[in-house]
Design a protein around this ligand. Structure first.
Ligand code: HEM
Length: 220
């Protein structure tokens, strides 16, 4: 038991945990996108609302939400910890970044993109999750209507599109580093890895970005 604890509190163990939690968070994103795709169904939100209600009353919802929250916290906390340790290990931080100094530049960009995603999540969860669960005064407002209303505001839509571009970059780097950490970067699987990575860092953020744009520009 002690050995396991020691491993996960070491730098390598923490890197693995960042990769592992990132992997499960990506799986959540894929699931979240799949359900949200029903927003595009031309049935005035019926299917989307049905799924939303089914999930809201699903008995395992609370434990799943707690696990999801812990995944976000562990991922962000350990990534930050690794970032600070890396910075301390490189005292010449005031030097101008050279193109060849890739890992330093990448880790700085990941820190910035990760911070933007965190701000996005706080705003997003406040709009759709907190208000509907804890301050649902207007019982008659469906989740579909909440989404449609929120995306009438062009500033809010612009914020989503920009934040999703940051998410795309964060996932792109995250996937590269996860495959490296897990030692999966082999010529044999390179093609498969590239395809999976593109689905996650490009197609999933694009799919999400299409939603606010759809509600802002659709013709009723
Ligand atoms: C841009 C398109 C998106 C739309 C339309 C959307 C919509 C929603 C809605 C309606 C909810 C409330 C679900 C409920 O309580 O029943 C929700 C929750 C949530 N969303 Fe999103 N979302 C989008 C993008 C994202 C992205 C990109 C992330 C992560 C980076 C994310 C993370 C979450 C989380 C963590 C929750 C709370 C957990 C849950 O209820 O599943 N969402 N979203």
């Amino acid at each position: 038991m002690g050995k396991i604890t020691n491993f996960y509190t070491s730098s390598v163990g923490r890197k693995l945990l960042v990769g592992l939690t990132g992997f499960f968070l990506s799986a959540f994103l894929a699931f979240h996108l799949t359900i949200n795709l029903f927003l595009f169904k031309q049935d005035a939100g019926k299917t989307f609302n049905d799924y939303s209600e089914f999930l809201a009353t699903y008995p395992l919802l609370r434990p799943i939400e707690i696990v999801l929250f812990l995944l976000f916290v562990v991922h962000a906390f350990l990534a930050l910890w690794l970032w600070f340790v890396n910075r301390r290990a490189r005292p010449r931080d005031y030097e101008v970044l050279r193109a060849s100094d890739n890992s330093k530049l990448e880790s700085r960009v990941t820190f910035i993109t990760g911070s933007v995603v965190l701000i996005f999540l706080v705003v997003h969860i406040n709009t759709f999750f907190v208000t509907s669960r804890f301050f649902a005064a207007e019982e008659s407002v469906t989740m579909y209507q909440r989404v449609a209303n929120a995306f009438q505001n062009p500033w809010y839509v612009a914020f989503y599109v920009v934040a999703l571009a940051f998410l795309a970059y964060h996932l792109k780097h995250g996937f590269q580093s996860m495959f490296q950490t897990f030692g999966l970067r082999s010529a044999k699987y390179q093609r498969l890895i590239d395809v999976v990575a593109i689905i996650f860092w490009l197609l999933i953020p694009l799919g999400f970005a299409a939603m606010p744009l759809y509600f802002l520009f659709r013709v009723h």
